[in-house]
Every structure is written in C-alpha cells, then in structure tokens.
Design a protein around this ligand. Structure first.
Ligand code: NAP
Ligand code: G3P
Length: 484
C-alpha cells in the first residue's frame, strides 16, 4: 500500500495525487533517536515547487468545496479504517522515527482513527441555518437570512514532532470535512510518519490535490509558506517561540495555535495522595514528558509534601526505561539538544539548592525519570518547559500562594487540582488562567471532542473536533427579501 511514497530510503511528496521527487533531488537525512540509524531521507523543496504545489491545491479545492458533505465524510471514514488496518506498521514507524514507546505509538494511531471517524460524523452536523428578521425590532417576516457554513480555501497545517500522526490528522481531518484543501508541512523529525498518513488519506479516495505535502526544514521554508498569498488559514502546533514568530509575520491570515505549556498540578491537604501520585507520574512522564499537556510542576501544600514526594518516588520506581518496546515508558528524547536542555535546567536548580529525589541519570539521549524537590521560583525549572522526564516540586504554604505561582507562568494550557472538596476545586479552577482545569486527574488533551486550548503563551483559538471544523470554515449569509 505504501510503496509509492518512497524509492529506497528517499521519501517523496504527495502532489496532485502523485508521489513526486523534488527537482533538486536534495534531501534531509532523518536519524532515529533510538540508535542514530538512518530512518530515511525527506525532500527539500524549492520556493518554485512550493508555488506550484499551492496553486494545484487552490485549483483542486474548487471541486472539493462542492463535493457533498456525505461524500467527504465517507472518505474520512475509509481513511480511519485504513489507519486501523495498518496500526502495526505505522506504530513501528513512530517508534523508530521519534522514539515513541510502543504503547503510546499504538495508542496514537488508534486514537487518530477514532478522531477521523468522529470528525466525519461531527462535520455532518455543522449545519446551515435560516434566521428570520422579525425577532429584531422594526423588522418583518419578509426578510430571511440563509446562513451556510463554507470552507476558507487552503489550510496550511504545520505539525510537531511528538504526535506526527495524531496532531497532523487533528488539523487535516477537520479541514477536509469543512471543504478546504490542505498543504501539510510535517515536522522534520516525524515527517516520514506524517507522509504515511498522507498516503492513507489518498488511498481512502481523497481527490488529487486536496492534500499536498511540503517537506523541508521549517526554519528554511516556513516563512515562505506562512506568508504565501494563497494560504487562507494557518493551523500550527509547536513551540511558543515558533508560534510567536508565525503570528508576527502572518498578517491577516486567521490561525489556530497550540503552543507550549507548563501545566501545574495543585495538591491540597485533603487530596487522595495515592491516586494523586499515580496521576502525576502518568501525566508527567508518559512519552518521556514530551507532551505539551504533561504535568510540568507540582504546587503542593507544605503539610502533605513529604508524603506526596514519597508516593511519587515509589510510582517513578515502577517506570521502565529503555528503547521503545512493550511495557517501556521512558525512551530516548527526540534529540541530543533536547536532552542537553533538560540537563541544563536540572543542573541550574540543583546549584540553587533544589534536591534530587530520584533520577538525574543520562545514557545518550535517554534521561531517567527525575523528581526534584525544594524547587523555588528563582529557578528556571519553575518556569521553563523542559519537554523531558523531569518534574519539579514547589512547596507552598496555602492555596493563594499556589494560585499566584500557577498564574505567574507565561503559559496557560492546563492545570490539575487534587482535592476532595469540589467547591474548593471550582473556586481554584475559576481563578486559574488556563484553557482547561482537570479536577482530580492529570492534565491531558483527550477526549478529542472536548475543547482544547491554550491562553497566554500556550496558544490562540480552540481545537477539539467541532471547534476545529468551525475554526476552518465560516458563515456565508444570503438574505432573501420578499416583496410581501
Ligand atoms: P517546533 O520546533 O516549534 O516545530 C513545530 C513545527 O513547526 C515543525 O513542523 C517545524 O518544522 C515547524 N517550524 C519550525 N520553524 C518554523 C517556521 N519558521 N515557520 C513555520 N514552521 C516552522 O516544535 P516541536 O519541537 O516540533 O514540538 C515541541 C514544542 O511544541 C513544545 O514546545 C510543545 O509544548 C509544543 N507542542 C504543543 C502542543 C499543544 O497541543 N499545545 C502539542 C505538541 C507540541 P521543523 O520540524 O522542520 O523545524
Ligand atoms: O503535546 C501533544 C498534546 O496535544 C498533548 O496531547 O493527549 O498527550 O494530552 P495528550
């Protein structure tokens, strides 16, 4: 099924329904973070080639927007089936290309199939409506507005390395069901996984040109793509640094952005500490902490801090460390630079007096799960996003201090509150400046039809299936004026 997408270890781009080699034949070598073996080579496209690919997308979208919604939905449903039929192959590619542990890799593919299916169904219910004028003072029944929902045109989808299949589909599927065509710029590390997904959509019957891919370093072709005059919407997931840059140069193009996070778990004296510790460890260390919604700091009341630290340490000891395989949770980080950065934050906090409870051990890009106690607000680890398996404990005197530290973060993705007092949980939740508050649960994006959003430096706009379909479409009002 996937033999078209590459020749040997060179992976092409999907353009107008064909897998084509770039004119320069220049390519980028992708090495596995697991063992530094060559995974494959992806192509470096020129601006002229990007222009042609975007013009093809524009032309193809004209027919796609008029394709009946039920037909668009059927193609998405078929894509979901094909994903599930290839879950073994695709999860293995994720393990190799981004060192995702087996359980998380299988879950990413399965979740993506569920996402696409749900999107197909949800898209059928983003309906048109008719509004009568007479509700408004001074107007009569002789004026009716027929409000249709129409696509925006070409959506530029840019996805991150840590979910190259799921966070590509979370842009592509809602864009397609809304009637847009898509230009996909996958992450360099993760591009091969995303190219397989593109072929899944093609094999599902997506017409030529509706999904085209453009591979290459974001730092080299990103600005050209972002500022291209034919792009009608930008759907970006990635770091805050890049997101800010994109927002600065994009001009009037509407966009959806999911950026960095520093999700805090606030733990009150009456919390069920055993449940809390299990949630915190799952939230902080899955996929080695390389999740935007990972639990990235603990704000715990002094009175129960020692107990909680002990329980978290016990849970960490149960984590399995190694290369991606069944039952392994902690795998090598995406790059040496990423591992260096995490180590830098750990070192700085220890130099300033923080205490390593467990971990702080490295073998190549493999960092052992690390818990650091007595982290204070003068340390970088209290504020910066490590994107690795390290968790700082900040001990606080009371709820006010916890809310203050939580809200002083530049980020505002999610927070957790652990307590048995639901009134108190709601009071705290209402004061936290984030997109989502989880009560008695780890921070997480799923289920994927829930609204998912970041505020402040964590993003703009709202994802979540229906929200994404609405973001990548717009009302078109046709007002009927009757003579009577
Ligand atoms: P990244 O370095 O920002 O890259 C994200 C995507 O942007 C990649 O496809 C990248 O391409 C591309 N890119 C880079 N520079 C660009 C430019 N100038 N113009 C256009 N595109 C450009 O992020 P990452 O390392 O892949 O992911 C980790 C970060 O993303 C973390 O901060 C994490 O918190 C955040 N993230 C957030 C969410 C969320 O839902 N909020 C989800 C996942 C990740 P290249 O790969 O070729 O550089
Ligand atoms: O970093 C990816 C972000 O979307 C988190 O997703 O489902 O792991 O919380 P999840």
């Amino acid at each position: 099924m996937f033999e078209r997408i590459h020749k040997g270890n060179v992976y092409f781009n999907l353009v107008n329904g064909e897998w084509v080699e770039c004119l320069s034949k220049k390519s980028l070598e992708i090495f596995s973070p697991v063992d530094n073996s060559l995974v494959g080579k992806t192509q470096l496209l020129s601006r002229e080639e990007i222009d042609d690919i975007i013009m093809n997308s524009k032309q193809a979208q004209k027919a796609w927007r008029d394709t009946p919604l039920s037909q668009r939905a059927k193609i998405l449903e078929r894509a979901a089936d094909i994903l599930e039929e290839n879950i073994e192959l695709l999860s293995k590619i994720l393990e190799t290309e981004i060192a995702k542990d087996t359980d998380s890799a299988v879950s990413e593919v399965k979740r993506t199939a569920d996402f696409i299916r749900f999107t197909a169904n949800e898209g059928m219910h983003v309906q048109s409506e008719a509004i009568g004028a007479e509700q408004f003072p001074g107007f009569k029944k002789n004026k009716i507005s027929y409000v249709a929902r129409i696509p925006l045109g070409i959506v530029l989808a840019i996805s991150p390395f840590n979910y190259p299949i799921n966070l590509t589909a979370s842009k592509v599927a809602p864009a397609l069901i809304a009637g847009n065509s898509v230009i996909l710029k996958p992450p360099t590390q993760g591009a091969i996984s995303a190219l397989y997904l593109a072929e899944v959509f093609h094999q599902a019957g997506l017409p030529a040109g509706i999904l085209n891919t453009v591979t290459g370093r974001g730092s080299e072709i990103g600005d050209y793509l972002i500022t291209h005059k034919e792009i009608n919407f930008i759907n970006f997931t990635g770091s805050t640094v890049v997101g800010r840059h994109i927002a600065q140069i994009a001009g009037m193009v509407p966009m959806l952005m999911e950026l960095g996070g520093k999700d805090a778990a606030i733990v009150l004296e009456d919390a069920d500490l055993s449940m809390t510790a299990k949630n915190i460890v799952a939230g902080a260390y899955s996929y080695s902490g390389q999740r935007c919604t990972a639990v990235k700091r603990i704000l715990v009341m002094n009175a129960i801090a020692d107990q909680l630290v002990e329980l978290i340490e016990e849970e960490i000891k149960l984590l399995k460390v190694g290369n991606p395989a069944k039952g392994i949770q902690i795998t090598p980080l995406i790059s040496t630079q990423a591992a260096d950065f995490v180590e830098e934050l750990i070192k700085e906090s220890v130099e300033k007096g923080a205490k390593i409870v467990i971990g702080n051990r490295r073998e190549g890009n493999l960092l052992y799960p690390t818990l650091i106690d007595y982290v204070t607000t003068d340390m970088r680890l209290a504020w910066e996003e490590p994107f690795g398996p390290v968790l700082p404990i900040l001990r606080v005197n009371d709820i006010e201090e916890a809310i203050d530290i939580a809200n002083r973060s530049e980020y505002g993705l999610q927070s957790s509150v652990f307590t048995k007092n639901i009134d108190l949980a709601f009071m705290i939740a209402n004061r936290l400046e984030v997109g989502t508050v989880q009560i008695n649960n780890k921070t997480e994006r799923g289920p994927d039809h829930f609204p998912f959003l970041g505020v402040k430096s964590s993003g703009m706009g709202t994802q979540g299936i229906r929200y994404s379909v609405e973001a990548m479409s717009r009302p078109k009002a046709i007002v009927i004026n009757l003579n009577s």
